[in-house]
Design a binder for this molecule. Structure first.
Ligand SMILES: [Zn+2]
Ligand SMILES: [Zn+2]
Length: 258
């Protein structure tokens, strides 16, 4: 049920988001105030009954005030655009620009999402609490692994999802086929959490095997995040000031509004 309904839905959404994210580097690199569209202007500053004030004029006025310098007051807009194309672009791209969340952000999301399930596990912890005859350290670590497998599974799932969507948008097939492919790979990858559950169930209470498996899985997951998290933007051969085809369409379709 989960595989048939939830997975394809997730990938349809994820692929759409990834497509937007892939436009971001170019949009930021070529940011041009003159090209940015404005809802008020495209509506002719009226909603049919009343007149709308112009957001663009308001914004330009503020930008001129914030970014003008006494020695060259006319360069305010150029200064603002330069700031956006350079410093701000780098910051945005480092956070979300390539569709991969940083490890810190993913841990935060995975742990937040797992809290309700962790509460449910409290009950099973009480049922297991008879560690007299058993190796205390092994018992404690196994309880810990039993808890931590939920956030770790989520973390692994987050990485899988963004990696698959990132690859998926580049596959030149019909969207439904790509979604079916990605869903199948996800079902195969769910062998990782299923294996841990089976190891927890089938090993002796004194066995450290679940702990070893957990540490290995954690290492793999954090390594995957590390590999995709520190991608540095390659220097681009073109400058947008000379103008080039193709960019305008991507930028112009996005209209801002306050
Ligand atoms: Zn306007
Ligand atoms: Zn460009």
């Amino acid at each position: 049920m989960f595989g048939v309904v939830v997975l394809p839905m997730r990938f349809f959404l994820g692929l759409r988001i990834m497509e937007d994210v892939r436009k971001l580097p170019e949009q930021l690199r070529c940011f041009d105030l003159a090209k940015a569209q404005c809802t008020c202007c495209s509506l002719g500053h009226t909603d049919g009954k009343t007149s709308l004030p112009c957001d663009r004029r308001l914004l330009l006025k503020s930008i001129r005030r914030w970014f003008s310098e006494p020695e060259s007051p006319d360069d305010a807009l150029a200064r603002f655009e330069k700031l956006l194309r350079q410093g701000f672009r780098q910051e945005v791209l480092q956070c979300v620009g390539y569709g991969y969340a940083s490890l810190g952000y993913a841990v935060y999301m995975a742990c937040s999402g797992s809290v309700p399930i962790l509460v449910l596990q409290l009950r099973s912890l009480r049922a297991d609490a008879s560690p007299e005859a058993v190796d205390q350290a092994a018992w404690f670590l196994r309880v810990l692994v039993n808890w931590a497998q939920v956030p770790l599974g989520s973390l692994f799932g987050v990485w899988m999802n963004q990696a698959l969507c990132s690859v998926g948008v580049k596959i030149p097939l019909r969207r439904s086929l790509v979604v079916a492919l990605l869903s199948t790979v996800t079902l195969l990858a769910s062998a990782a959490p299923v294996a841990l559950q089976q190891i927890l169930l089938r090993t002796e209470p004194s066995s450290y095997l679940p702990v070893a498996y957990f540490v290995a899985w954690l290492t793999v997951t954090t390594t995957l995040f590390h590999c995709t998290g520190c991608r540095v933007e390659r220097p681009q051969p073109h400058t947008c000031d000379v103008g080039h085809a193709g960019v305008g369409n991507a930028v112009d379709s996005d209209t801002f509004s306050i």
